[in-house]
Structures are given as structure tokens and as C-alpha cells.
Design a protein around this ligand. Structure first.
Ligand code: URA
Length: 259
């Protein structure tokens, strides 16, 4: 499928069916033009600005998670360990442990923030409205959701979908890092600011992070390129950012063909 066909399909899948301007616009060309970038609306009113210094966090649970991760040889081992882990209070308010899903040898590793209510009910990441949009986004660049590995920073839903606390994130981070190590993907696609700040250990907003390849180095020293982009939940609310999201998808596709 050509880039033009894919972008038309992407707009139709996103619910954009009408023309709203007299003059045609080349979305492939203007999506990233510095002249067209306006100050971004906050992606989420309650974003966590940066990870609290580790010294201020109760590290016992985190060390416990790290210890478990050292013992895990496979994703199945790790899944069983996460399911029996009791160091994160979110577990006790959630219905399910939502561990990563997909191809254990995937080339593309996708990270979101935390399960929502649909994911908590089904026990699988990205199965609700955001997940449906994610599946379609991947399809437009020829990727099948089942061929990727999809996970979240947190394996449990924060009550009422509230923003995860630093303590919850730091406690569960070893599980995410170990999944990356075990899958050993070619590329990591990060959805949204919260997941990007967590994995890349920075506090940049998503508008400056998105579209750039930033290397992530695993505990075993493997360097994996990451690409951050908008979270599908944000795209569902903010259709004006879809052109940029589309250009990120094309970047992901090109990079995969290259490496
Ligand atoms: N949002 C996320 O970040 N992850 C999910 O699994 C679902 C929605």
C-alpha cells in the first residue's frame, strides 16, 4: 500500500470523513514543520512531571521486584512472579494482573501507561477503545497486533484510572525492564508521556519527545532504539494531533525496514 493510500485509510479509521478546508494540505509534509507546531495542549492534566528521587521512595518493594526479575528465565516465569507479587498496593484494588501480551520474540515492543477498566476486566493490555485504535494504527503500517509485544508500565489498574504514583511506577519498573530484556525487540514504541518519562528517565513533555529515536540500554547492555508518540487515548480526544501520530508511525515503519 502506498503512503497516500495508508494515510487515507488512517484518517477513515480515525473517523475523519469530511473535508474542512478549501485548500488541500499535504499532511505528510506539514506534520512536523516547525512553523506549524503550536504550544501543545497538556496531554493529561495530571501528568507525573518527573520521577521522585529514589531516596524518597520506600525501596523494599522495588528491591523485591528486582530480586524476582533476576530469577526469571522466561516470560512465563516472570508472569507467574508478577501475579504473585504483593509489593504494589494496586494489585489489591484491581480485578486482574494485566501482564504483557503478544509475540514473545516480537520485533516491536509497545508500552502504555497502565490498564484501564476494559483491560482490568479482560486481563489483557489495550483491548478497550484505545486498544482498538492502536490495533488500527499498527495495521496501517502493516503490523499485526499479535506479532508485536504489548505491555504497560504498570500491570494493575490504578483505581478510577488515576495517574500512577511514583512509588507504584518505581516498584513495578523492574518488571517492565525484564520484559524488554526477555523479548529483546528491535524497536520500542512508547505511547504517551508517562511511559516515555518512565522508561527514558526524563521529564520532557510528549510533544518534544515524540518523533525522535532515543536509545534505551537494557541491564545486559543491549541498545534498543525507542520511538515515543502520542497515546491513543489522547488521540481519541485530540484529533488535531493525528497527522503527527501518522508521521511517527511512518518513522517506525522506515526504521524497522532499516534495522
Ligand atoms: N491505556 C494504557 O495505557 N494501557 C492499556 O492497556 C489501555 C489503555
Amino acid at each position: 500500500m502506498s503512503d497516500i493510500e495508508s494515510i487515507i485509510e488512517w484518517y477513515l479509521l480515525s473517523g475523519v470523513e469530511d473535508f474542512c478546508a478549501d485548500e488541500p494540505m499535504n499532511a505528510l509534509h506539514t506534520a512536523d514543520s516547525p512553523k506549524t507546531i503550536k504550544p501543545a495542549a497538556p496531554e493529561n492534566n495530571a501528568v507525573r512531571p518527573a520521577i521522585t528521587p529514589l531516596s524518597q521512595i520506600n525501596m523494599a518493594a522495588c528491591r523485591n521486584a528486582e530480586e524476582l526479575c533476576r530469577k526469571a528465565q522466561t516470560l512465563d516465569d516472570l508472569k507467574a512472579m508478577v501475579e504473585s507479587f504483593e509489593g504494589c498496593p494496586l494489585k489489591f484494588s484491581a480485578n486482574s494482573t494485566v501482564f504483557g501480551y503478544g509475540n514473545p520474540q516480537a520485533e516491536v515492543f509497545i508500552i502504555g501507561e497502565a490498564p484501564g477498566s476494559d483491560e482490568d476486566r479482560v486481563g489483557e493490555p489495550f483491548v478497550g477503545r484505545s486498544g482498538q485504535l492502536l490495533t488500527k494504527m499498527l495495521q496501517t503500517i502493516g503490523l499485526d497486533r499479535h506479532d508485536c509485544y504489548i505491555t504497560n508500565v504498570l500491570p494493575w489498574r490504578p483505581p478510577g484510572n488515576r495517574t500512577p504514583t511514583d512509588e507504584e511506577v518505581v516498584t513495578c519498573l523492574p518488571f517492565l525492564k525484564k520484559q524488554i530484556e526477555l523479548v529483546s525487540p528491535k524497536i520500542i514504541f512508547i505511547l504517551g508521556r508517562s511511559a516515555a518519562n518512565t522508561l527514558l528517565d526524563n521529564s520532557e513533555n510528549i510533544s518534544s519527545l515524540r518523533g525522535h529515536f532515543i536509545d534505551y540500554t537494557t541491564e545486559t547492555g543491549k541498545v534498543i532504539p525507542t520511538l515515543s508518540s502520542f497515546h491513543p487515548a489522547y488521540l481519541l480526544r485530540t484529533t488535531s494531533q493525528k497527522a503527527k501520530s501518522w508521521s511517527d508511525l511512518l518513522r517506525l515503519k522506515r526504521k524497522l525496514e532499516e534495522i
